[in-house]
Write a protein that binds this ligand. Structure first.
Ligand SMILES: [Zn+2]
Length: 339
């Protein structure tokens, strides 16, 4: 009998602890607070801004503009948590935005790596370009800030709080668990993180209603003196969308490596690298075959998948945003190559 009393008292104690922690750990979803105009909360949020990047609030407001002013659909893919000094937990959502018109689509991805702000900032500055594509009836999937916590604190990966010598970093877009190896088995048994699990699931779900035709994934690299372009689609270095982007770099005197090797020892030909199997979301979007639940099935098979890598080593953010914005300004021409 005594044991039962001790057991019940222990249960009560655990319950009280649980209630107490729940009381102090209020969770605030930033996007929802913005939607509800809760300015007392949103005004107190400060994200990393030492490189002059826009605040995460400004980025979210423009996502909301696409939804509320231009009628795009917005869905939350996953949320990442950050504990604020006042003990509140802030939830930062990675969202997808899509046009109401469905069908073979143009996809734009940015902010996979948190320390690469040029793409997310350029999208925020050029929202009218995307609204115009929609007005012309072009189906678009926009994944504008794929690692919001990374952007908030200027760190690359979601699985490590900061740089780590011992823990390998995993990207939001890691897709090895869906990509086949030579023996047609998934390269990894499980997703690299809960974020990459949710993200790749959403990408495959979207691929059904908005089959990717051309994908632009905006990245940067702070260990590069000059940029280059990855072409992950079937045309590789012959992809006209990739060559158009290289031409744009050259015309505008944006630094680009036209030949030699990348820092991963890949060959650069005319500013373009192809044939790379890096297990990324880009490889997934171009994959003809993928592994889902142990079965080999048709993949998204995009015709053109371009990964833009601008150099952030010696170039200030405002200049890098210009490069990304220039590419966005020819986005309809790129789409026309494949429509
Ligand atoms: Zn990157």
């Amino acid at each position: 009998m005594r044991h039962i009393y001790i057991f019940l008292i222990s249960l009560l104690f655990i319950f009280c602890l649980y209630k107490q922690s729940g009381g102090t750990m209020e969770k605030i979803n930033l996007m929802k607070s913005l939607e509800d105009n809760e300015t007392d909360i949103t005004d107190s949020i400060t994200s990393y801004d030492q490189d002059g990047r826009k605040s995460i609030i400004e980025l979210y407001k423009v996502q909301l503009e696409l939804k509320n002013k231009y009628g795009w659909e917005m869905e939350e893919i996953f949320t990442e948590e950050i504990l604020l000094e006042n003990k509140q937990v802030l939830l930062l959502s990675a969202n997808c935005l899509k046009t109401l018109s469905k069908g073979p689509a143009l996809w734009v991805i940015s902010g996979i790596h948190g320390e690469e702000p040029a793409g997310p900032n350029a999208i925020t500055e050029n929202i009218e370009i995307f609204a115009k594509l929609d007005k012309k009836g072009i189906p678009v999937v926009l994944l504008p800030l794929c690692n919001p916590l990374g952007y908030y604190k200027n760190w690359r990966y979601p699985n490590t709080p900061e740089y780590s010598e011992t823990i390998p970093g995993h990207s939001v877009g890691d897709s090895e668990h869906l990509l086949p190896d030579k023996s047609e088995q998934a390269r990894s048994k499980v997703p690299s993180s809960t974020e990459s699990d949710a993200f790749t699931k959403k990408v495959l779900e979207l691929s059904n209603e908005y089959p990717p035709v051309i994908v632009l994934d905006f990245h940067e690299d702070n260990l590069l003196e000059k940029g280059y372009i990855y072409s992950q689609g079937p045309l590789g270095i012959e992809d006209p969308a990739a060559t158009k982007i290289v031409d744009l770099f050259l015309e505008n005197n944006f630094p680009i490596h036209l030949s030699g090797k990348t820092r991963f020892n890949e060959d650069i030909k005319g500013g373009i690298i192809s044939g790379v199997q890096d297990g990324s979301i880009d490889e997934l979007l171009s994959a003809k075959k993928i592994i889902l639940n142990g079965t080999l099935i048709e993949g998204p098979s995009a015709k053109s998948v371009i990964v833009i890598e601008t150099s952030s080593m010696n170039t200030v953010l405002s200049e890098r945003i210009k490069v990304h914005s220039k590419i966005m300004s020819i986005i309809e021409d790129l789409w026309d190559l494949y429509r």
